[in-house]
Design a protein around this ligand. Structure first.
Ligand SMILES: [Zn+2]
Length: 102
């Protein structure tokens, strides 16, 4: 699919649970949700820690990220896109109202 493939050597990521560096591996998707999440693989990647068996999503651009920072970033993205859609919808409605001459 893509020419960019993660080498099989461990990444220099830090595990959010046990803080071990270099034991994080890309994890394979196990269910429909995780296959769906592959749509976001350019930014969000599923990792597994071979040290403590922690498994979860991490942002590709951060080598280490606390779970709190992770969820805050996710919340920020979600809030941003919802706000973007809301503003877009509002402008569209105003535009249609203008066209209808109200
Ligand atoms: Zn770990």
């Amino acid at each position: 699919m893509t020419t960019f493939r993660q080498r099989s050597s461990p990444t220099l990521r830090r595990c959010p649970r046990c803080k071990t560096v270099g034991r994080m591996y890309r994890s394979h998707s196990r269910n429909a949700f995780e296959r769906f999440m592959k749509l976001f693989s350019p930014v969000l990647v599923l990792y597994r820690c071979h040290h403590c068996n922690w498994r979860g999503y991490m942002f590709r651009r951060f080598r280490s990220q606390s779970r709190f920072a992770f969820w805050m970033t996710l919340l920020g993205i979600a809030t941003g896109s919802v706000a973007g859609v809301a503003v877009g919808w509002f402008l569209l409605v105003r535009f249609v109202e203008l066209l209808l001459g109200r």
